[in-house]
Design a protein around this ligand. Sequence first.
Ligand SMILES: Nc1nc2c(c(=O)[nH]1)N[C@H]1C(S)=C(S)[C@@H](COP(=O)(O)OP(=O)(O)OC[C@H]3O[C@@H](n4cnc5c(=O)[nH]c(N)nc54)[C@H](O)[C@@H]3O)O[C@H]1N2
Ligand SMILES: Nc1nc2c(c(=O)[nH]1)N[C@H]1C(S)=C(S)[C@@H](COP(=O)(O)OP(=O)(O)OC[C@H]3O[C@@H](n4cnc5c(=O)[nH]c(N)nc54)[C@H](O)[C@@H]3O)O[C@H]1N2
Ligand code: SF4
Ligand SMILES: [Mo]
Length: 672
Amino acid sequence: MSGELRVLGACPLDCPDTCSWVVTVEDGKAVKLRGNPDQPYTRGALCVKVNRYLEHSRAGDRILHPMRRVGPKGSGQFERITWDEALDEIATRLRGIVEEHGGEAIWPYLGTGTLGYLQGCEGVAGRRFWNMLGASKHWLNICSAAGSSGLRRANGTSAGMDPENFALSRLILLWGTNPLTSGHHLWKFIQDAKANGAYVVAIDPIRTRTADQADEHLPIRPGTDGALALGLLNVVLAQNAQDEEFLAEHTEGWAEFRQEILEHPVARVAEITGIPAEDIHRLGMRLAHTRPTAIRATQGLQRHEGGGSALRTIAAIPGVTGDWRHPGGGVAYSTSDHVHFNIDMRYDLLDKPVRTLVMTKLASQLADDVKCLWVYAANPAGSSPDANAIRRQLAREDLFTVVMEQFPTDTVDYADIVLPATMQTEHQDLHAGYGHLYLLWNEPAVAPPGECLSTTETFRRLAAHMGMTEPSLFDSDLELAEQLLSSGHPSLDGVTLDRLRKEGWVRMNYPEPFTPFAEGFPTPSGRLRFPPAGKAYVPSHAARTVGHSPYPLMLITPASHTFLNTTFGNNPELRRRAKDPVVLVNPADAAARGLVGGQRVRVHNAGGEFQADVEISDRVAAGVVASPKGRWPKLTPGGANPNAVVAERDGDMGKGPGFHDNLVEISPCAGP
Ligand SMILES: Nc1nc2c(c(=O)[nH]1)N[C@H]1C(S)=C(S)[C@@H](COP(=O)(O)OP(=O)(O)OC[C@H]3O[C@@H](n4cnc5c(=O)[nH]c(N)nc54)[C@H](O)[C@@H]3O)O[C@H]1N2
Ligand SMILES: Nc1nc2c(c(=O)[nH]1)N[C@H]1C(S)=C(S)[C@@H](COP(=O)(O)OP(=O)(O)OC[C@H]3O[C@@H](n4cnc5c(=O)[nH]c(N)nc54)[C@H](O)[C@@H]3O)O[C@H]1N2
Ligand code: SF4
Ligand SMILES: [Mo]
């Protein structure tokens, strides 16, 4: 067809699958978006959310021009200004803040709106500029830091199995993960395994749509996973099914850890986890006698105070069973540590060391002499802990807030200056998945609408506008991509930018099948490190305090099927599909409070409250309630989402957030 073009790109969202996509462009307009049928992980399918990406990119509420606040903070009242006016005002304010308070009073707050290595995530874009001003560093720990830290302590890396090798597994534990919602492409590999006779078990406090499709569901009490791991290993030892040779050659700390396992017999673990002893025993028997066993554990599991420890203890399981020897055995959490880009944040451009501010502690750390908050690819007013405390800080008159955004989020409502940002079909980027071993290139398909600029281009213009001359501030996107690919790591041999641009995706150089730790681990000793004494099971805050708190219900706020974090929270069709917000309540808890299905309630604790409609359901056990993340507070009844009751509290590792680790009470909404 004349004027028709196929452009290869990648889904930028924070999802393990990082799909390869094909945009059909006709006469300069993107007319079709679909999953790349040639890509082995995407296999031609996107998802219910991203199928609407093109329509979303043309939505009427897209931010197309720079804006300046004209109403009170939080009101979302703005006037249109030119880029020059915006850059002038920003330059003046930044210079003033640096002069009066020092560069560290600036917080460049980068979220996970895009996982592109140029435009987002790793922060290559912007950090060079921030270094010139001496701005605070930013620690993007909101998503997976606790689990990554736990796994690194065990294995020396947070990476493990190639998820494609689940097809080779005979026993699959889906542990604190809901792939049919949060990264469904893994499912095809699980189906392949099932076709070969694999048995699939979901370990989740909620009977999710994934649990529905598993052979068995173990409804675990939230925040007790370390204990379950010990109980399962107790059965393995009782069966004498441990791999003595693997233990001797490839692990350390076994004597101590073995003792810990022996102190956790099934009966004790049943008490802690709420799972019937016979179910634990039966799974323990399967684990003892099924090779290879694969464990998929993702971020949901570690959104608890003991989340880092839970991952470390789960990582011990294949160390005991020797599953790492076998293709299709081991643990898969994230593949990010298999990606060896040359990520140089150019901290050498700083003229003195600066502090690091922590993404999960926005509310408390904003109070710590921060005078400029610069938000990009993030929506903290919708996604971060302790939403009410965040809003109190964002409302501060002495805080200069700049938000680079595509849409008028709750966070945008508090901005002094809003800068219009491009979407994925409009800019270049380099991607790696955290659920597979492919690298992808995203080629822009269309011109940016209005006056939208990419993150990289915005910082280049700002640097020029402020008279900076450091040459690396002006590197082009392609130069930045070349630098990222230039680490010399063998996994990148033969992976060139030319090839990526031509082919759209390339598998990194890892063998197929991939057994990363068959011959040892990337720790200093080359051995897997078992958890130290007393650290194998660290209960969550909720598991530890329930019963002593005025708030009796454990709240989980999992991934929503129709939104991705708060991205798409304003998409009319996806909102229609999501229906009104609900909170799942077990029949016993509903009866005890006299609640009926469909009734609007307040879910509350000392931090705040949000509203939702009761859905009475045995998908949650008594004492557990659940309400998904991702709603825009201002588009939600009561003006709040679950993060109003999520406390800002450090997890055991990586200052990980406790999104699934809060106690609440549920009460009927007053009024008509
Ligand atoms: N549709 C959709 N997809 C997404 C996202 C989204 O918002 N929507 N978010 C993306 C992002 S940012 C991420 S990080 C990933 C996260 O992907 P997942 O890790 O799958 O995310 P969650 O839904 O938070 O948690 C998974 C499951 O863990 C369970 N869980 C909670 N606490 C515990 C516990 O103590 N023990 C056990 N065993 N299970 C527990 C929850 O009930 C939930 O069903 O998904 C990505 N994909
Ligand atoms: N209650 C609860 N809350 C949670 C979680 C939970 O399980 N429960 N999960 C947490 C997790 S795992 C994560 S990762 C965080 C995510 O929290 P955030 O990082 O704040 O992510 P989002 O809420 O998706 O907001 C991303 C914003 O970036 C914008 N954006 C996208 N691409 C670009 C771009 O290229 N440039 C610019 N300038 N902007 C862009 C989008 O429009 C969107 O508004 O949320 C956390 N919040
Ligand atoms: S959100 Fe995940 S499943 Fe959906 S298109 Fe993006 S990478 Fe693929
Ligand atoms: Mo995340």
